[in-house]
Design a protein around this ligand. Structure first.
Ligand SMILES: [Zn+2]
Length: 394
């Protein structure tokens, strides 16, 4: 176990990210970038070459299909500066940003090498503890706080190993914010201040809120465990966790929490009584946008996945994860592994957990189709009767 202080960029400190380059009479040197997280990034370089050369700065955030091309006015002294609005750019926190310069002149064109920097949240003075694949970062609380959080993350890896084995060589970063407001500031504009955690599986990074204090253990065991499972799931499927139905991803992350959310049971039974349960088909791609039904979607996902694990075991659950990671759709992944339709399993879950009648549910859901089938069969039957009846003679 060791403690390591990260050398993140601090409030306006510049980082020289590139070495000098020259080509065809054009030279790019003194390439630097500095930024205030969520506010502004300053790119600077010294570019010398032919008169009236056209200089363009290209900046590309993680996951962006195209770089933004920013034309810079020609500078006689060769000093180029550009301030990028980070509020508008909204790069994911702790992601890698790439940039380069293009220079065009009558003498030819030149593209600099690609420079990168990690867009760390440099509003805070982060401390880091590392063990196994986990890198745990925090800025509020003492060393014991960091150690407790690290232990919760490591225990999650152990507990969930039967479903998703970590790759020991790839790091998973967990950043602990001390308040919901601090986290909302990191996630960007439009984030609700009640959001307690967020994972970026592609970056192998999770951001969670844990305020040092009496509730810290419970917050750690909920938020850290949940988000670490999201990262673990993505790592163990070779970066293909996004192919899994959302009910499975969230259900599995919820299994990792030490104590299941006590409000889930209440929400499920209330929805049952109001006939407001969300059909499983609606939970494959997205959850409802309003917080009440979204909470119900999490509760159903948690309970349904718990039911599948209990009934068919973890080996089958591993196969289900693999089937979806290979590209099966919401319905066919279930068919392939359990040999039953998704709807039927969902009705059986409602029967086993919520005490409903699976056959009544099936009939209720199938009622429109039965009516349609009746109409379709009735028309030829009536035609048959008309043909058989004797025609009246004039
Ligand atoms: Zn989640």
């Amino acid at each position: 176990m060791r403690i390591r202080w990260l050398l993140f960029l601090f409030l306006g400190a510049s980082l020289v990210v590139g070495r000098a380059q020259a080509q065809g009479g054009i030279a790019v040197a003194e390439v630097e970038v500095s930024y205030r997280f969520g506010e502004q990034a300053r790119f600077s370089a010294r570019i010398s070459g032919p008169e009236r050369a056209q200089v363009t700065l290209f900046v590309q955030g993680a996951g962006e299909p195209q770089a933004r091309a920013i034309p810079l006015p020609w500078q006689a002294d060769g000093k180029y500066l550009y301030d990028l609005n980070l509020r508008a750019a909204s790069f994911p926190p702790f992601s890698i940003v790439r940039f380069w310069y293009g220079v065009e002149s009558a003498a030819g064109t030149m593209r600099s090498e690609t420079y990168t920097f990690v867009y760390a949240d440099n509003r805070y003075d982060w401390q880091t503890l590392t063990s196994g694949p986990i890198r745990l970062h925090w800025y509020a609380g003492d060393l014991a706080f960091g150690q407790a959080a690290l232990d919760v993350a490591l225990a999650t890896l152990d507990r969930m190993r039967p479903l998703a084995a970590p790759a020991e060589t790839e790091a998973l970063d967990v950043y602990i914010y001390a308040s919901y407001e601090d986290l909302a500031g990191a996630l960007g504009e439009g984030t609700a201040v009640w959001v307690g955690s967020h994972a970026y599986p592609d970056l192998a990074a999770a951001l969670v809120v844990v305020a040092p204090g009496v509730d810290q253990r419970a917050m750690m065991e909920q938020y850290i465990s949940h988000e670490v499972m999201h990262l673990l799931l993505n790592q163990s499927t070779g970066g293909r966790a996004s192919r899994l139905p959302l009910w499975l991803r969230e259900g599995l992350a919820s299994q990792a929490e030490v104590i299941p959310d006590p409000g889930y049971t209440q929400a499920l039974f209330a929805a049952r009584d109001e006939r407001a349960l969300l059909p499983v088909d609606d939970l494959c791609l997205a959850f409802p946008p309003d917080s009440g039904r979204a909470y119900l979607a999490y509760a159903e996902s948690d309970s349904f996945v718990r039911y599948l694990r209990g009934r068919f075991g973890d080996e089958a659950m591993r196969q289900l994860i693999a089937a979806y990671a290979e590209g099966r759709d919401c319905e066919s992944g279930i068919w392939r592994v359990y040999g039953l339709p998704l709807d039927l399993l969902f009705w059986q879950w409602r029967e086993a957990v919520l005490g409903e009648n699976a056959w009544a549910l099936a009939l209720h859901d199938l009622a429109p189709y039965l009516v349609l089938a009746g109409v379709v069969l009735l028309v030829p039957f009536l035609q048959f009767l008309l043909i058989q009846s004797p025609l009246a003679d004039d």
